[in-house]
Every structure is written in structure tokens, then in C-alpha cells.
Design a protein around this ligand. Sequence first.
Ligand code: NAP
Length: 315
Amino acid sequence: MSSETTDATPIGVGIVGLGKIAHDQHIPAIQANPAFKLVAYASPTSAHTSLEGFKDMGAMLAAHPDIQAVSLCTPPTVRFALARQALEAGRAVLLEKPPGATLGEVDALRDLAAARKQTIFAAWHAREAPAVDPAKAWLAGRQLKSARIIWKEDVRHWHPGQEWVWSPGALGVFDPGINALSILTKLLDERVIVRGAELFVPANRQTPIAANLDLATETGVPIRAEFDWRQTGAQTWNVELETDRGRAVLSLGGAKLEVDGKVLAEAPDAEYPGLYRVFAGLVRAGRSELDAEPLRVVADAFLLGARTAVEAFSF
Ligand code: NAP
């Protein structure tokens, strides 16, 4: 940030990729946070009724020196080039999850941001769910015996008509599943090792619609993860923890924590306001936070996964 900018000056933000998550979460979270001023957006075809828009990010940044940070809300396969371009133009970068299409891209961005002393932030929104920190505090000092993730939702509801989720470089069912893995890797002090994976890929698609993972901590505590995009009706986003002193269930995507049947924490969703609080602090301090562990677990599942073709999918 410019040396003339004080903590009282809002950070000018440009949104890149005016799709579902930009509308649902980024725009309201930025506009509700006085640390930011939403200046403009860049998106090839979509339009907004009240914000200034550009067809591409380069034109937006050239027109607006007051944009100090960009939030990249595009599909993952175009994010690397945009992030490099923004960093080279002297802007801080928030990366929607996953932070890259590959681990190499994430490493390259980390190095570029460090070399330029600029902020880059991998925004793992599920880690900001209100019961995740209470769950981590509860787990500290207990011995984990096993864990289970059940993350099942309806792709037609959450990704209506988004063909890109089925393309190479997108994650298929790991697009939501990586949220569970971002919570798990925040809760645990050890690395998560992939021991095996079953990937269920629609006959007409490139990415899995369901996956079962056989995981373990480095010291061998077993973790089972079941991801499925074919669940209609009630949606399930649970992380269950069996310990030497009690059983915890983190449900509703991390919004509620129950221990041995008693509610320990529950609060309404405030994930994106939480992300933007973190991002403001990083930009002001000139620091970065770019954790690739959830993406590394997914990449390892793709490396080890046995593939089974299942029924063709259409929206
Ligand atoms: P989406 O609705 O398909 O929106 C993506 C947008 O990116 C599109 O509007 C598209 O623009 C734009 N875009 C594509 N290439 C671009 C480029 N080169 N420059 C600028 N804009 C470009 O997808 P989404 O659901 O918002 O997901 C975006 C990211 O957010 C994904 O990584 C996803 O994992 C993450 N996310 C999504 C959700 C969710 O519930 N959907 C939740 C959390 C995180 P045009 O429309 O202008 O063509």
C-alpha cells in the first residue's frame, strides 16, 4: 500500500469475475466493511446495475490507481494469470478458493508476492465459520482417535449451469469438499496424508461427482471423508471427531459445534465478513497468508484415486 495511506483510508477494491460468489458474498461483505471501498469490477460478459464495470482486469487497473487490492472470484483455471498480472501491477490479491489450479501455481504466486513485498491471501471461507475456532480449542489437549467428514450437497442448486466445474483444472465435487478439508487442516496440528481414494466420474465429464477418501494423520489416526454432489433435499456438511474425552460434531459447514449431544457453539453465517477482516489486516500490515494444504490433499487424492465411471450428468 502507498505510504500515504493510513488505517483510516478505505482500501480500494476491484472484483474480478462477477459470478455467483461475487454477487452472493463478496459484494455484500466488502460494502459492509468500512476498511474497504468497492471501486469497480472486471468481468468479460456479466454486468452490474450500479457498479462501474470493465471487460478485463487490465483495463480496470489502468483506469483506477485507487484500486489497491483485487478479489479474484473467477473459476480457478484463469486465476493464476490474473493474480500474476495484479501483483505485477502493484496490487494486493485475494484468491477465492482454491488458490490455484495447481500447487505449482500457488508456489509461484507465493514467491512473486514475497519478492514484491505484496499481500496475497488464500481465502478459505469455511475456516471462518463460527464454530471452527471453538472446535479447535476443544480438540486441543484431547487425543483424536478417528474423524469422519460427510459433505454432501446438490450441485444443481449450488452451481446452477456452471459447466466449468466439470472441466480439467476444476475440482468437481472437491470444489465443496475442499471446504471440509480446509476446516480439517485447520483443526489438526499434523499433516493429513491421503492413503487411498475412490473417484466417481460421470461418463460424460472430466471431474468427479462423488469421492471417498481414506485419510490419516501423520501418526496414523484414521479419517474417512465422503463427498457427494448428488444429494437433494437436506444438505450435509459435517466433520465428526472421536477423541479420548468425548465426541464432537461440527455441522452446518462449521456453524454449529455439539459435544456429546450438547451444543457448545452456534452462530449465523459470517464467513465472508470474517475473510475481509483478515484481508484488511494483511493488507495494512503488508503480510500474506497462502496456505495450500487443502489443495495439496485434493491433488494427492487425484494422484492416488481409483476412478469409476458413473451415470452421465447434465444440469
Ligand atoms: P461463476 O458463477 O461461474 O462465476 C465466475 C465468473 O468469473 C463468471 O461470472 C465469469 O465472467 C468470470 N470470469 C471468467 N473468466 C474471467 C476472466 N478472465 N476475467 C474476469 N472474469 C472472468 O462461479 P462462482 O460460483 O462464482 O465461483 C467462482 C469461484 O468461487 C470458484 O473458484 C468457486 O470455487 C468459488 N466459490 C464458489 C461458491 C459458490 O457457492 N458458487 C462458494 C464459495 C467459493 P462472465 O460472467 O462475465 O462471463
